[in-house]
Ligand binder design. Sequence first.
Ligand code: NAP
Length: 281
Amino acid sequence: MYKLIDGKKLAAKMRADIKSKVDEYKAASGKEIGLAVVLVGEDPASQVYVRNKIKACEEVGIKSYAYYLDKEVAQSRVEELIRSLSVDDKINGILVQLPLPRHLDSKKILELIPYAKDVDGFSAENMGRLCMNEPCLVACTPNGVMKMFESENIDLNGKNAVVIGRSNIVGKPMAMLLTNANATVTLCHSRTRDLKQKCLEADVVVAAIGKAKFIKADMIKDGAVVIDVGMNRDENGKLCGDVDFENVKEKCSFITPVPGGVGPMTITMLMYNTYLSATRS
Ligand code: NAP
């Protein structure tokens, strides 16, 4: 019998907890906590993400500063904005909504964010610190997955974990976090040979591939913990994950649904990182 890890419920609980910590911080320091959100252009998906981030800020008592820039804005103007936010005491976290329009050099822009305000945890400094298991701001999605393990008291010590997907924002930091939690990690990708066999040996599977229902029941060992990071549309246009949930669930001890699993945790961890960033500055 599997147990569903309810990301929506956990995220709501964590947000309430973050709100009380933010309130305490504000009362003790007399200062606000500020998150700058930079959106270039009018990509509809990015607009929804930014709106949700601003809403989450309101929910936890973080002050948001939104910067909406024209889709044709010059590289120098974006760089100038990031430089000024970097030295602005009101701003504890800077988030540049990706993807940026193609004429902009995203790498150069992101490199201007000081690591202490890099609440997405994407910078080389934060990634390097994570790799060395030192205090840092951790990428929000994989950090949210770790909170899900914690919430269910899932012991990772000595477990075989397979992460599928090696992106810098999900797969790689996920593999590092699991390694730091004493799991034995195999990081798989599109060139991995015999993925099915590797998955069958895993106590924990984290799927971050971006392919609808790619992980099938015959790839999962009985009693495994399955975390589905994927956000895709199925053949009927319905939101679904990378895991063939209906067929896989009965084999699992724990599984996350899509929607309502990892997704709600991501923005929550962004709020958490912004709070951390304020307390560390
Ligand atoms: P990505 O950058 O496109 O990376 C996908 C990874 O999957 C790559 O490493 C790729 O391998 C690997 N892959 C592709 N096909 C494969 C195959 N047949 N077998 C094994 N590995 C394969 O994607 P991402 O940004 O990490 O996102 C992954 C998924 O998570 C997407 O559905 C995305 O929408 C979702 N996501 C959700 C959240 C959330 O908050 N819930 C946040 C971020 C992302 P190569 O490196 O070899 O190409």
